[in-house]
Design a protein around this ligand. Sequence first.
Ligand SMILES: Nc1ncnc2c1ncn2[C@@H]1O[C@H](COP(=O)(O)OP(=O)(O)OP(=O)(O)O)[C@@H](O)[C@H]1O
Length: 261
Amino acid sequence: MTDLGDHISPRPELLRMDRVDKIFNGDVTALKGMSLRVGEGDFISLLGPSGCGKSTALRLISDLLHPTSGRIIWSGGREVDDLGVVFQEPTLMPWATVAQNVWLPFRLRGKPYAEVKSAVLDALALVGLDGFQNSYPRELSGGMKMRVSIARAMVTRPRLILMDEPFAALDEITRFKLNDDLLKLKAAIGCTVVFVTHSVFESVFLSDRIVIMAARPGRVISELGVNAPYPRTDDFRTSAEYAGYTRQATDALRTAMGEAA
Ligand SMILES: Nc1ncnc2c1ncn2[C@@H]1O[C@H](COP(=O)(O)OP(=O)(O)OP(=O)(O)O)[C@@H](O)[C@H]1O
């Protein structure tokens, strides 16, 4: 399935996975022939059963892993500040304050706190944590810790944010709230998001494109465009249109799981 998404995403290309295979230890085919076009400003969800290679795809895009074959090409090349990553666990430093945690990507690039303080405080304000800069992670709820993790990922204003099931461990109400806020944040900073999830509901609410994957070997089997306008609110969550998209995504996922069985 090459040139996937060329017909669906009209936006300028940010990056492209071109027939990427990833084989671990010579015998585990985590991904086979994955092609994906990511457009500037897209919100793409990778949806699929456990083991279909969703996290492997994110790690390949973030350069933590290298393809066994195929290529990942950034249009116009990639700068160090172009990428932010959010994992399922907030992965905060417990001994450091919220502000020090969010400062980390700058610190790793040798930038003193005083120089980037306003960017750190802006990022915290954008995730709804105004005034929490001197708190420690242990003083925060699970949802607030995830907000810090998101602030850290976007503090350098990356062009692309990769998110690997960031809300899976949260209760449903907190998850809804973070879904709402993530869309607002994306609109505010104008970034592109590639988001991994097991949840059909979450993928439909957030995405303009859902890439459905199957396991053994991990591969893309179909793509669903969600052509509902942003901003999306609770009205969208309770609409017939939303129900229709969740039905289509569920059917596609069922096919993916059937193919994998
Ligand atoms: N470092 C590794 N070494 C060997 N095999 C690996 C490695 N990382 C992933 N795999 C295997 O590659 C396949 C895809 O794994 P991956 O974690 O990408 O799937 P996933 O879709 O993200 O799964 P989940 O939804 O459970 O997180 C699995 O069979 C997994 O066991």
